[in-house]
Design a protein around this ligand. Structure first.
Ligand code: PAF
Length: 285
C-alpha cells in the first residue's frame, strides 16, 4: 500500500494508473476502521482495479466540538488493517492540505428537504460539512466508484444528491451495514462505549428488528413510541428520533399510518448512550 499525504503526488500516481486503463474505487473514511470499512474496501477491490481509501477526520462536519475532540484516532492500527485488506492507496492528508484557505464552509449545497429532517435537524450544519469534504475528496481522487456504508443511511442519500448537484460522473455503491454478533452496528464511535454500554447499545438493533416484525399490524406512532420507550428503559439517555420513512426520498410516514407494503421503507434511529451518539437503520422489506 502506498501512503500519500499530499494531493499532488496522489494525483500523479492516480493519473499513471488511469493511463494504464485502470478504474479507481474510493472509500472515504474518518479512520478508527472496523469491519464495516473493510467490507467496503473488499467491495471496491472486486469492482475497481485500484482501491483508494482516505482517512481524514473532517472538522467541518462536527456540529458538536466535544464530539470532534473525542473522535477516536487509531492511525497505526488503521494502516495495518488496510495493508491486510490489500488496499492499494491510503490518502492521509492534513487539515491544511484539504482546506488550504481555512475550514469555513463557504459553499452552500442545496440539499433541500433531506437536510431538514432526522440527522439534518439534530446536527445543524453536519451535512454541509460532509458535502464540503466529499466534494473536495471527489475533486482530488476523481473515482469511478464511491463506496459508502448503509449505516449512515441519510448520508448516503445526501451524497447521492451532492453527486447530482456537482454533476459528477462518479457511480455510488452502498455496502450493507456490518454488525457484531449481538446485532450492534459497527461504528467508530463504539470505541467510546464501555463494555456495559456496548451491551446496552444492542437495544437499537432490537427495536429496529421489532419494528420490522410488527410493521403490518401497528401504526407508525405505536411502533416508534414503543421503540423509544424500550431504548430509554435500557440505558439510552436521550432518543433524538425513531422514524419510519420512504427508503428513496426519506419522506417521513404520518404517525397514524400502518406502514404500507407498497413501497420500500426504512426505519431509522438516532440516540445517545451516555455521551456517545449512535445511529442505525433497517430496510423494511
Ligand atoms: O462517514 C464518514 O466517515 C464521513 O462522514 C465521510 C463520508 C468520510 C466524510 O468525512
Amino acid at each position: 500500500m502506498i501512503i500519500f499525504h499530499e494531493i499532488g503526488s496522489l494525483q500523479d500516481h492516480i493519473k499513471k494508473e488511469r493511463q494504464k486503463g485502470k478504474t479507481i474505487g474510493f472509500v472515504p473514511t474518518m479512520g478508527a476502521l472496523h469491519q464495516g470499512h473493510l467490507s467496503l474496501i473488499s467491495r471496491s477491490r472486486q469492482e475497481a482495479d485500484v482501491t483508494v481509501c482516505s482517512i481524514f477526520v473532517n472538522p467541518t462536519q462536527f456540529n458538536d466540538p466535544k464530539d470532534f475532540e473525542k473522535y477516536p484516532i487509531t492511525t497505526s492500527q488503521d494502516i495495518r488493517l488496510l495493508i491486510k485488506a490489500e488496499t492499494d492507496i491510503l490518502f492521509l492528508p492534513s487539515v491544511e492540505e484539504i482546506y488550504p484557505k481555512g475550514t469555513q464552509v463557504d459553499v452552500h449545497y442545496d440539499l433541500g428537504y433531506l437536510e431538514t429532517i432526522l440527522e439534518g435537524a439534530h446536527r445543524p450544519g453536519h451535512f454541509q460539512g460532509v458535502c464540503q469534504v466529499v466534494h473536495r475528496l471527489l475533486d482530488i481522487v476523481q473515482p469511478d466508484t464511491l463506496f459508502l456504508g448503509q449505516k449512515d443511511y441519510q448520508q448516503c442519500l445526501v451524497l447521492k444528491k451532492l453527486i447530482e448537484l456537482i454533476s459528477s460522473p462518479t457511480h455510488v455503491i452502498i455496502g450493507e451495514t456490518v454488525r457484531e454478533e449481538n446485532g450492534l452496528a459497527m461504528s467508530s464511535r463504539n470505541l467510546r462505549l464501555s463494555d456495559e454500554e456496548r451491551q446496552k447499545a444492542t437495544n437499537i438493533f432490537q427495536v429496529l428488528s421489532a419494528i420490522k416484525t410488527q410493521r403490518n399490524n401497528k401504526t407508525v406512532a405505536e411502533l416508534t413510541s414503543a421503540a423509544e420507550k424500550t431504548l430509554l428503559n435500557n440505558g439510552f439517555s436521550k432518543v433524538d428520533y425513531v422514524a419510519i420513512a420512504d427508503a428513496e426520498t426519506l419522506e417521513l410516514l404520518p404517525p397514524d399510518q400502518v406502514p404500507p407494503n407498497s413501497k420500500p421503507l426504512v426505519a431509522l434511529v438516532g440516540a445517545f448512550m451516555g455521551e456517545v451518539r449512535l445511529i442505525d437503520n433497517t430496510l423494511l422489506t
